[in-house]
Design a protein around this ligand. Structure first.
Ligand code: IDP
Ligand code: MG
Length: 156
């Protein structure tokens, strides 16, 4: 099982798209194991996007991410990191495939609705940045054995 860090960015919150986006993850079968709203500080945005420091869009990105509240989620499932990335679609809303979150809900190349961790290392780091101890739940879903084939012992 993997847990990935998802951020519903300020445009998703302002446009009233939180429910629709969260529903996609729930309907896919992924489990929401952490969720909160917050306003990201400049310091936190800088740490989270440190890899992009110095790029032409960096200042705009930090300004955008700190401009209005976000909704932060911890989302769990087998292969959850790659599954969430494919559900998000390509970075630019103008290029993202129809059927993806960015492809269906946005056209902008900088206001692109959602962040998702891109590797297990990034997910562990980002969950530690945005959630405190005890904020991510050990959720024992009653429906688990209908979401996954558990007949072999491990979720398939
Ligand atoms: P990702 O969010 O799909 O992983 P990254 O390349 O890691 O994309 O970029 C992080 C974020 O920076 C993007 O989600 C987007 O908000 C912003 N961004 C990336 N490239 C550009 C750009 O060329 N113009 C404006 N914003 C950009
Ligand atoms: Mg990225």
């Amino acid at each position: 099982m993997e847990t990935t860090l998802i951020i519903l960015k300020p445009d998703a919150v302002q446009r009233g798209l939180m429910g629709k986006i969260i529903t996609r993850f729930e309907e896919k079968g992924l489990a929401i194991v952490g969720m909160k709203m917050m306003t990201i500080s400049e310091e936190l945005a800088g740490t989270h996007y440190a890899d992009h420091a110095g790029k032409p869009f960096y200042n705009g990105l930090v300004g955008f991410m700190t401009s209005s509240p976000v909704c932060v989620l911890a989302v769990r499932g087998v292969g959850a990191i790659a599954i969430a990335r494919s559900m998000m679609g390509a970075t630019f809303g103008s290029k993202a495939d129809a059927g993806t979150i960015r492809g269906d809900f946005g056209v902008s190349n900088s206001f692109n609705l959602i962040h998702g961790s891109d590797s297990p290392e990034a997910a562990a780091k980002e969950i530690g940045l945005f959630f405190g101890e005890g904020d991510v739940q050990g959720l024992d879903r009653a429906i688990e054995s209908w979401v996954y084939d558990m007949s072999g012992g491990d979720p398939e």
